[in-house]
Design a protein around this ligand. Structure first.
Ligand code: IPM
Ligand code: MG
Length: 360
């Protein structure tokens, strides 16, 4: 039976980078006889324009039915003034939470060809290979109560809530330990346990889960120190496990160690390993429509999808190898460009990956 992949290009550069990722996916589909059927739908601002909401029920139903979801990016200035509850980002948060995609894997790997593109010294980042495991369906992103109220003196006050239950912490901690076990066997749990009650519980539960993983070396770090260590000596990290908001911030930071956020894919998995795959970067409205965005993060998200949702290791490896080859050829989009390289646009980059993949 064929497997269904739901394609959600989204907004801004989303459709441009997705077009290239779909080309690559289609070649892999053929070459490795994957029997994938692609279905496309809208999310974010595109869904607001079409349905009046950032994630229509029918789209959510398609996502539930699909075997995996591939997403571009959402949001843009056109929808910035819309009320908070139906902003484009809400569509993304809703699909994550409705599909139960609590485990967000964000690898930050430095391709040796891009050591020059990092703003950090090559010796600080060369060989970098970190995996950030971010909790994705809890914490301050979803906590209630939240809102704005007017005080007696007429002043407005806004508030959010940062809750974590034991079971939410336990299941993401397990993902962290499982991933560490498959890699360098080092897990760093990042929290703010010196201040936050939710972080104190986080640390307690992570310690508990650690008893089942005696082969993994666990450490704890406060998030402010982790932010500092990530630029001071990033190679000390193997796997980092952290909450929703800290993971959002640290993964953007980690991405710059690798030269560009335009290189980083991500996987968001439910308890059974069903997943949604998306680049870590946003919709970059400032460069949308110009054909200059880097499609590699989305292309690498296809590779993660083949690996994690379909166990198609050979096809996943091949896509990664094809990406590495185009970097070897000196092809660079603007975000990863350095002197002496060949600057190309979104399409040319996608075409080069397709050609490399065909020839493998
Ligand atoms: C990300 C993004 C999203 C997040 C936004 C677009 C809601 O920054 O995937 O990191 O904060 O999770
Ligand atoms: Mg983010």
């Amino acid at each position: 039976m064929s497997k269904q992949i739901l394609i959600l290009p989204g907004d801004g550069i989303g459709p441009e980078i997705m077009a290239e990722a779909v080309k690559v996916l289609s070649v892999a589909n053929e070459k490795y006889a994957l029997n994938f059927e692609l279905v496309e739908d809208v999310i974010g601002g595109a869904a607001i324009d079409k349905h009046g909401v950032p994630l229509a029920d029918e789209t959510l139903a398609r996502a539930r039915k699909a075997d995996a979801v591939l997403l571009g990016a959402v949001g843009g200035p056109k929808w910035d003034k819309i009320e908070r509850d139906i902003r484009p980002e809400r569509g993304l948060l809703k699909i994550r939470s409705q599909l139960g995609l609590f485990g967000n894997l964000r690898p930050a790997i430095l391709y040796p060809q891009l050591a020059e593109a990092s703003t950090l010294k090559p010796e600080v980042v060369s060989g970098l290979d970190i995996l950030i495991v971010r909790e994705l369906t809890g914490g301050i992103y979803f906590g209630q109560p939240r809102g704005t109220e007017t005080l007696e003196n007429g002043e407005r006050k806004a508030f959010d809530t940062l809750p974590y239950s034991e079971s939410e912490i336990r299941r993401i901690a397990k993902v962290g330990f499982d991933m560490a076990r498959l890699r360098g066997k080092k897990l760093c749990s990042v929290d703010k346990a010196n201040v936050l009650a939710s972080s104190q519980l986080w640390r307690e539960i992570v310690e508990e889960v650690a008893k089942d993983y005696p082969d993994v070396a666990l450490s704890h770090m406060y998030v402010d120190n982790a932010a500092m260590q990530l630029v001071r000596a990033p190679k000390q990290f193997d796997v980092i496990v952290t909450d929703n908001m800290f993971g959002d911030i640290l993964s953007d930071q980690a991405s710059m160690l690798t030269g560009s956020i335009g290189m980083l894919p991500s996987a968001s998995l439910d308890i059974d390993g069903k997943g949604m795959y998306e680049p870590c970067h946003g919709s970059a409205p400032d460069i949308a429509g110009q054909g200059i965005a880097n499609p590699l993060a989305t292309i690498l998200s296809v590779s993660m999808m083949l690996r994690y949702s379909f166990s198609q290791t050979a096809a996943a490896d091949a896509i990664e190898q094809a990406v590495s080859q185009v970097l070897d050829q000196g092809l660079r989009t603007g975000d990863i460009y350095s002197e002496g390289c060949n600057k190309v646009g979104t399409q040319a980059m996608g075409d080069a990956v397709v050609a490399a993949l065909r020839n493998l």
